[in-house]
Design a protein around this ligand. Structure first.
Ligand code: TEU
Length: 565
């Protein structure tokens, strides 16, 4: 593995709207981020990823952009942005931005021109089709509900939107469009940003003819097979690499839902032909069900181990992994795989341990480092995300679920869970804003907040600091070969990382019970140095684990070298 800077980095994701508000309008902003750069620095992260703050009508949390080169009003000014980059760089922090180019907002001037008439030179920047028998051009459903097509009365044709009607898909087969995107990317890179997180980049190439998809329980055809990892996606990314990315020393991560290992080996190959890494979704989809994510299914540990191990072993020396549990689209991991009550801190630490010792670049989503939890939503008016609001109304209308059932599933799975304001202290609104927050803060901010955790040595926050430091001190975390042990154990996740010299082992109890487990010869706890544990007191046994206990040790491969000091 070549020594690219990102292989030793930890990324922190900021959902700007909910991070820190500097001007009292209840919405986080760029100056708010500047005021917290010292916090990020002391945490030890290297790269900060900021979700969209561009001009946008904000139907989908800024992922519907109406001007790529303007700052959205509530987030500040271009001077604020330049100041942010300058100050971050002074502290040695890199900054990467969201690149959302599968679609624009329907308020983007390109779309306004495109819809104006069939002959407009931007017409082909989007997908316009005639209806079929008085209905949509094909049977695809949109990801946020309803059909993937909307009829535009101006020209009597339908336009395609894989997400909401306010997010028309761009047509990457149009060369002028691609050139316009590349110019925009260069414009940001020339301002000094350090790379991009590319939104749904695996969807940019659609199969010619836009064929019907297989009809699912929602009565719509699934577009997946015709749009995910489409026919030209790799050509376009290689072109982007040649024309833009290769000219800068940056990091790129593609959001690639639907990426398989084979696809990942192309997207994120070490030969650097496309991107540096991707976000794969397989482990996040393990609790998906028949009605997409609206169910109360739990992730099964044996399946989770199998999935993560596959990515670890099959990308080894060929491509680079990203490591994540959380982002602005996922419920909080401590509520999903750990526990909210008395075992919240210990389970949050165990979960962090489990992925931070794998090979790849770890991503921490704001508040994850505090063990922030999901929200108990009791009314639809508390929701802000178009996806959950739509699902609530749609499923209760057809009486598939009652309102209570829907709210319960939303409290488990909705994206809103991740989007509540950051909990800085126990003062009003958790120190996030002087005004009224755009979304209610989780009431548990009184107990769970940065201020409380900063000075408490055994806090989740200090545990994350420790984890980040360990990655810097032990090269084996970056380079070691991964192997899963005890793979059918339903409660314990055990793996090792090895080089010719050393073995690093990681043991994580995913259950809230004390469990006995095999302590195989690989581990040899008595010859190892324990480098991390989420319990303060040492256990006096090596074959039982306390609830959610995790520990990490390192030893020499060669027994003659004795105990690792
Ligand atoms: O998410 C893409 C994606 O795969 C999600 O649509 C996911 O399926 C969904 O969140 C499940 O609940 C990206 C952004 O991260 C997301 O915030 C945007 O809404 C979406 O693209 C459209 O831009």
């Amino acid at each position: 593995m070549s020594e690219q800077f990102y292989t030793k980095s930890v990324v922190y994701q900021i959902y700007i709207k909910s991070f820190m508000d500097s001007d009292g309008d209840g919405i986080g902003d760029l100056k708010g981020i500047v005021s917290k750069l010292d916090y990020l620095k002391q945490l030890g992260v290297d790269i900060v990823w900021i979700t969209p703050f561009y001009q946008s009508p904000n139907h989908d949390g800024g992922y519907d952009i109406s001007d790529y080169q303007k700052i959205g009003q509530s987030y500040g000014s271009m001077e604020d942005f330049d100041d942010l980059i300058y100050k971050a760089h002074q502290l040695g922090l890199k900054v990467i931005l969201d690149l959302v180019v599968n679609h624009t907002s329907n308020e983007h001037p390109w779309f306004q021109e495109s819809r104006s008439n069939k002959e407009n030179q931007k017409r082909d920047y989007y997908f316009w089709r005639d209806g079929r028998d008085g209905k949509e051009p094909n049977n695809w459903g949109a990801l946020f509900g309803g059909p993937a097509w909307t009829l535009d009365s101006k020209t009597g044709q339908y336009y395609l939107h894989l997400f909401s009607p306010s997010q028309p898909d761009l047509n990457w087969d149009n060369e002028n469009l691609r050139q316009d995107v590349y110019s925009m990317m260069k414009w940001w890179l020339d301002k000094g940003i350090d790379g991009f997180r590319m939104d749904v980049i695996s969807l940019i190439s659609k199969t010619a003819g836009l064929p019907d998809g297989e009809v699912g329980t929602n009565n719509y055809g699934n577009s997946r097979q015709w749009v995910t990892n489409g026919p030209k996606v790799h050509d376009y990314l290689r072109e982007m690499r040649n024309e833009v990315l290769d000219k800068y020393d940056i990091v790129t991560v593609g959001e690639a839902s639907g990426a398989t290992i084979d696809e990942a080996l192309k997207y994120a190959s070490v030969d650097k032909s496309e991107l540096n890494m991707i976000f794969q979704f397989e482990h996040m989809d393990l609790d998906g069900g028949e009605s997409f994510k609206w169910n109360d299914k739990k992730i099964n540990l044996i399946e989770l181990k199998q999935c993560l191990s596959k990515w670890q072993t099959q990308l080894f020396n060929k491509a680079w992994n990203s490591l994540y549990w959380c982002n602005h689209d996922q419920p909080r991991i401590v509520s999903r795989l750990g526990e909210e009550g008395e075992l919240r801190e210990v389970s949050a630490k165990m979960l962090a341990t489990c992925i931070h010792f794998m090979q790849g670049t770890p991503y921490i989503y704001q508040g994850e480092e505090l063990g922030m939890t999901n929200v108990q939503f009791t009314d639809v008016s508390q929701l802000r995300d178009l996806e959950s609001i739509d699902a609530f109304h749609r499923y209760t209308k057809v009486e598939r679920f009652t309102e209570d059932e829907m709210l319960k599933m939303i409290s488990l799975k909705a994206r809103d869970n991740a989007r509540t304001p950051m909990q800085w202290n126990d003062k009003e609104n958790g120190g996030f804003t002087q005004g009224t927050p755009w979304m209610d803060i989780n009431p548990n901010y009184v107990q769970i907040n940065v201020e409380e955790q900063l000075n408490r040595l055994d806090s989740v926050l200090n545990y994350y600091k420790n984890l980040i430091e360990l990655r810097k001190s032990f090269d084996i975390i970056t380079t070691g070969k991964y192997e899963l042990l005890d793979k059918y154990n339903p409660d314990v996740y055990t793996y090792i990382r090895s080089t010719n010299e050393e073995i690093l082992w990681v043991i994580c109890n995913f259950s809230n019970q004390e469990v006995t487990y095999m302590n195989p010869e690989y581990i040899q706890e008595d010859r190892s140095k324990i480098i991390l544990s989420n319990y303060v007191s040492r256990s006096n046994t090596t074959d039982t684990l306390r609830p959610y206990e995790s520990k990490v040790g390192i030893r020499w491969v060669n027994p003659n070298r004795g105990k690792y000091e």
